[in-house]
Design a binder for this molecule. Structure first.
Ligand code: SF4
Length: 168
């Protein structure tokens, strides 16, 4: 969130935050990430809407597609579609996602999904490559004692991380 917000402010966008992450597991991890976003929003005086935590929405969406190559696009679509809906509700002209700041995500696939949803909804999808600031934002978060996630978010990605760390 740090780098995308800085870039959008530099470009004089008026930013409205939206935290919708039914994919995050377990609830304690969801709370940690939500608190971090809430605190940073307060610090930067960025308005923020937080959707309720409803992991069933994620599990229902990925029920038939639990392998990563199919699961992740479904997860991105779920979150971006809901974000577009909130953007319309708040009278925003467009939307973007902090997913574009991650070097671990498929940026081209996310841009395609975001652009398709924007077209359906009559909005603009703002697609900037925010990955350039990934390390810098990570260091800043550490300095500010802002929690940094250790895995993507869902229970599958948590298990994948555990399996990897067992091998080391
Ligand atoms: S790995 Fe990340 S993007 Fe993929 S389904 Fe899990 S939370 Fe979503």
């Amino acid at each position: 969130m740090i780098y995308p917000l800085e870039q959008l402010h530099k470009r004089d966008y008026e930013v409205q935050g939206y935290f919708y992450n039914p994919n995050i597991h377990p609830k304690a991890e969801y709370e940690r990430r939500k608190d971090a976003v809430e605190n940073f929003s307060l610090f930067t005086e960025t308005p923020l809407v937080i959707a309720g935590y409803n992991p069933e929405e994620f599990f229902e969406a990925v029920r038939k597609t639990q392998d990563k190559p199919q699961r992740c696009p479904v997860c991105w679509y779920l979150r971006l579609k809901k974000t577009a809906g909130m953007a319309k509700q708040l009278d925003c002209q467009g939307f973007t996602t902090t997913l574009l700041a991650s070097p671990y995500q498929d940026q081209q696939a996310i841009i395609k999904i975001g652009t398709d949803i924007a077209r359906e909804e009559g909005l603009i999808f703002y697609s900037e490559d925010f990955r350039a600031g990934f390390r810098q934002a990570h260091n800043k978060a550490h300095k500010m004692s802002i929690y940094c996630q250790k895995y993507c978010g869902c229970s599958y990605s948590e298990s994948e991380r555990c399996r990897k760390s067992e091998k080391h």
